[in-house]
Design a protein. Structure first.
Length: 389
């Protein structure tokens, strides 16, 4: 077929659809521009050079899903594709009359569809040019009316629309059934994944709660154990203190002159506060020996002038019946053990006894005292004993 006959057979249409690059020969220069479509955002040219035909595309904006479709007079159709053309970019394709350019499917990413048409006669050649393309347009009413469907898995692609022109009702029903089945399968998978995720979250929550409970139980057990240990230690210390106190109370002290032993508990009697240790010991031992239970002990301000009176803590009045044998026995015992028991002087029945010469008479004898006017004042109902320390 010669060049003139070939060019008379060609009708060229340019459609911007889903894109994929075909076998392209880039021309070094553009000669014999056949078509110049300057509509909207796209410019397209068809030209011939050295017996080859080329399509050149440029755009004022970024466009996507480009398909250059070439048809001849006998309805034979050739397609070349490109995913996107950037603003200002020049794209050239050679129209191969002898072979169709293979294509590949791409997902539909159209945003807004635009189309321009033109018929150009150049010498003996007539060209029909149709340019369609997708372009992102802000605030487009058409875009708002026809939003992009992101779920393209079960939709008829633009490649299919370009190549098949129409879809049969049977195929449409089949595709819808497949889409429904796929959606149902996806819903089942999603439900299973959700159930597994919920079960996992529940298990993790229960495990965390169990761990928290175990940690708390361990902490409570430790606190209780420490409290029990402290209580046991305190009880032991208390028991030891009581045992020590009891042991000290049972300890006895030997008293000279054949007097009974006295215990620490007896010496700790608060009634004897103010007495010297020796006086306390003598008071307890003499009371036990002679069965005396009533006493007159420390009295502040009661000074006998010798430094051994009741105010010094070294004097004890052993209360006995008036003129009793009990008093006689105590007084007699004291006179025989004065040095041994550390006795300083004794008064009984208005008499004064001291192991040295005194204001009432000679040493080591009972010397009569002046009448003081009463039984108690004259010491008929108690034996007064002053000790040396």
């Amino acid at each position: 077929m010669n060049k003139a006959k070939l060019t008379r057979r060609i009708l060229t249409g340019l459609v911007l659809l889903v894109g994929a690059s075909g076998a392209v020969t880039i021309a070094n220069e553009v000669n014999n521009a056949a078509v110049n479509v300057n509509k909207k955002d796209v410019k397209a040219s068809v030209y011939e050079k050295n017996g080859h035909y080329y399509v050149k595309l440029t755009t004022a904006k970024n466009v996507t899903n480009v398909v250059a479709r070439v048809t001849t007079e006998d309805r034979k159709e050739y397609v070349v594709k490109k995913e996107a053309i950037k603003a200002g970019e020049v794209v050239e394709y050679e129209i191969d009359i002898n072979a169709a350019v293979p294509t590949r499917k791409l997902p539909h990413t159209a945003v807004k569809r635009e189309t321009v048409k033109s018929v150009v006669t150049l010498g003996d050649h007539t060209f029909n040019a149709v340019v369609s393309y997708d372009v992102e347009v802000a605030d487009s009413q058409e875009q708002a009316a026809k939003p992009v469907d992101k779920n393209t898995e079960n939709k008829t692609t633009l490649d299919q629309l370009a190549e098949k022109r129409e879809v049969t009702s049977e195929q449409k029903a089949k595709e819808e059934a497949e889409a429904k089945k796929a959606a149902e399968e996806k819903a089942v998978v999603d439900a299973k994944l959700k159930q597994e995720a919920e079960a996992k979250a529940k298990a993790e929550k229960e495990a965390e709660a169990k761990k928290t409970a175990e940690t708390k139980a361990a902490a409570d057990a430790k606190v209780k154990q420490e409290a029990d240990a402290k209580a046991a230690a305190d009880a032991k210390l208390k028991q030891e203190a009581e045992a020590k106190k009891a042991a000290e109370a049972k300890q006895t002290t030997t008293v000279a002159g054949g007097l009974p032993e006295v215990t620490a508990a007896e010496l700790a009697d608060p009634a004897m506060n103010g007495l010297t240790p020796h006086t306390k010991k003598m008071k307890v031992a003499l009371a036990k020996k002679f069965g005396i239970t009533s006493f007159s002990l420390f009295r502040a301000g009661d000074d006998d002038g010798t430094g051994h009176g009741h105010n010094s803590g070294m004097a004890v009045d052993f209360m006995v019946p008036v003129n009793s044998a009990q008093g006689d026995q105590l007084a007699e015992y004291l006179t025989k053990h004065m040095d041994e028991l550390g006795v300083y002087y004794i008064i009984w029945k208005q008499r004064f006894y001291m192991p040295q010469f005194n204001i009432y008479g000679p040493a080591n004898t009972w010397n009569l005292m002046p009448n003081r006017g009463g039984v108690t004042a004259n010491h008929y109902d108690h034996v007064h004993v002053s000790f040396k320390k």
